[in-house]
Write a protein that binds this ligand. Structure first.
Ligand code: ADP
Ligand code: MG
Length: 346
């Protein structure tokens, strides 16, 4: 600041000096030609000219700069969404520099965010087509084989149609998951909060997934016999989906003859915590941050073998975030995993 003011005085000083020197020379010439040179009046004249021009230039430039800066500041404030000139423009230079810096910083962040989003979009589209390709080619392959003559063989027809159907089924649930996740991400999916019994929902999910669990001989249980209903306030359908996805995972990545157990505990006076524990293959600690990423699928044999879009857990996370609830994960590789989430009591 000190340096700046010195500089601005220097400007007026030297400009005034130039004017003084020039006008004194002119006066000297005029006096020399027409009159006698009066050195004393010349001295007084140059003194006055210097003083006046110095003051004049100093004040005028300050005013000029002030005006320009105020305009600039206003524009920057508008662009940067800063409160418009809340304080009078006294320390304008400083204030302006700060706002411009802040503005630039914000813009930089914005551009970075946009770049991340753009990359994400590209990745997302790439992932989607990659995920859709496998089942589509499967279906295409079976249909082509049937068209090429396999239709005559009744047994083969049945088998190929079943496989083609499996492919279509997978396509359907990838598309459903995609639709769900886009809705959740664009904030289009509104929550229909209501009071409901979480125990009942868990039992419904168990019933729905019973057949799937039987295939692997996995038992689905509650940790104890909950006699009284536990009422919560949330979007029932969505929470049912959360539990379905988590239980489904515990089956998919579970061991033969394993168990999936759900327990409910009081966390605080107004929250409960729902825990889903399995003794399946589990995952490594390093994997935890990636689990909730879209399309992330563990590269263990289990994840590759079983169908899945890799969207299940990101949907779970989105739904719970929309509820402003939290999800926790714990796992020991080869021993089992535990997913738990909070819900508001009603
Ligand atoms: N209960 C679990 N036990 C072991 N691994 C799990 C479990 N739940 C999820 N995972 C891992 O997290 C990955 C992502 O899960 P998810 O988003 O539901 O996708 P998907 O089930 O379609 O593969 C899975 O591929 C799997 O590797
Ligand atoms: Mg899943």
């Amino acid at each position: 600041m000190n340096n700046e003011s010195k500089n601005s005085y220097a400007f007026s000083f030297f400009t005034a000096l130039w004017i003084t020197v020039l006008s004194t020379i002119i006066l000297l010439i005029i006096e020399g030609i027409f009159f006698q040179i009066n050195w004393f009046s010349l001295l007084i004249f140059s003194g006055i000219v210097f003083l006046i021009s110095f003051l004049f230039i100093q004040i005028r430039t300050e005013k000029f700069i002030h005006k320009k800066i105020t305009n600039l500041y206003k524009n920057v404030s508008l662009l940067a969404d800063l409160p418009l000139l809340q304080e009078p423009v006294t320390t304008d230079m400083e204030a302006l520099t700060k706002s411009v810096e802040k503005f630039a910083e914000n813009k930089k962040l914005e551009i970075q965010a946009l770049k991340v989003r753009e990359n994400y979009r590209k990745e997302f589209i790439g992932n989607v087509s990659h995920e859709l390709k496998t089942p589509l080619f499967t279906v295409e392959g079976y249909i082509l084989t049937l068209l090429d003559g396999a239709l005559e063989d009744k047994e083969r027809t049945q088998k190929y149609l079943e496989r083609a159907y499996k492919g279509v089924e997978r396509l359907v649930y990838i598309v459903n998951d995609l639709e769900m996740i886009t809705k959740l991400e664009s904030g289009e999916a509104y929550l229909k909060k209501e009071e409901f019994d979480i125990i009942k929902v868990i039992k419904t999910v168990f019933e729905m997934l019973e057949i799937k669990a039987k295939e692997l001989d996995i038992s689905l249980t509650l940790d104890k016999d909950y006699k009284k209903p536990i009422m919560v306030n949330a979007d029932q359908e969505r929470i049912q989906q959360v539990i379905t996805n988590l239980v489904m995972n515990s089956i998919k990545y579970g061991k033969q003859k394993g168990t999936t157990e759900i327990s409910i505990e009081n966390l605080t006076t107004d929250k409960i915590i729902v825990r889903i524990t399995d003794n399946g293959e589990g995952f490594k600690k390093e994997e935890i941050p990636r689990l909730f990423e879209r399309f992330y699928r563990g590269d263990k044999s289990g994840s590759r073998k079983t169908g899945g879009s890799g969207l299940g857990l990101s949907i779970v996370k989105h739904i719970l975030e929309a509820h402003q609830e939290k999800i926790y994960v714990e796992s020991h590789y080869g021993i089992g995993s535990e997913f738990s989430f909070t819900l508001k009591k009603s």
